[in-house]
Design a protein around this ligand. Sequence first.
Ligand SMILES: Nc1ncnc2c1ncn2[C@@H]1O[C@H](COP(=O)(O)OP(=O)(O)OP(=O)(O)O)[C@@H](O)[C@H]1O
Length: 260
Amino acid sequence: MIDIQDVHKQFTAQSGGSLFKRGVKRTVHAVQGVTVRAGDGRITGLLGANGAGKTTTLRMLAGLFPPDSGHISVDGIAVKDAPLKAIARMGILGDAHGLYPRLSARENIIYFGRLQGMTPDAANARAEELARLLDMQAILDRRADGFSQGERMKTALARALVHDPANIVLDEPTNGLDVLATRALREALRWLKSPEGGAKCIVFSTHIMQEVEQLCDEVVVVSKGRSVARGSVPALLNQAGESRFEDAFVKLAFPEEVAA
Ligand SMILES: Nc1ncnc2c1ncn2[C@@H]1O[C@H](COP(=O)(O)OP(=O)(O)OP(=O)(O)O)[C@@H](O)[C@H]1O
């Protein structure tokens, strides 16, 4: 279970300037009130336009930097108080997959398993189990350099899941994937949230409506750094009084533009 409560984050960004003149410092309010409660055995989607604050929120969840205010916990463990304990309970697939190119997919997965304290045999058995789940047996013993985008994503996902975490966090996981790879990922996520797959708590960010409609039990609409609506797809359609999800999203995320 992942609980993100009213988190805020601002950055200082330097804009303009030249070789002889310093640029002006500007405050960017990347996240200004995001709340996400993601339960076990459910897929929760953070849906928002470019720059809405989704990645910043997930980076704070992953403990990469702390929020300026607000609270984040994973299975009741506060990320701020016990970051390593909280992070160990998550499998995180970020936007950069960062595989070791000279290692095979299997070696990449086992290496991460070893970092998580697994024995070589246990990590290897898990690599084979995940290769079956993600349909990547054919590439398991190939070196990662030269992998396609989809093959890289599968390997990175298998690596994130090697220690069988109860919580799975994915930042825009279908970016750059073709229709078959997207379908395979969707199937894998559905299985992982099922009781047989371990009833995982799955959180992912996206700007793709279709993905949310097909996968999510719960959607959190993020707009301009704030979570502005939450609920199932039917509940959000109902709340917005729309029959198409795209129309409902625009109405909920950008009410002032719709009213204008
Ligand atoms: N390190 C940083 N320094 C300055 N500004 C930042 C930094 N990280 C993020 N931002 C800004 O914060 C805002 C939110 O960015 P974020 O990457 O969280 O959005 P996003 O919803 O993930 O967008 P996308 O779908 O385009 O990836 C953007 O305006 C971005 O430029």
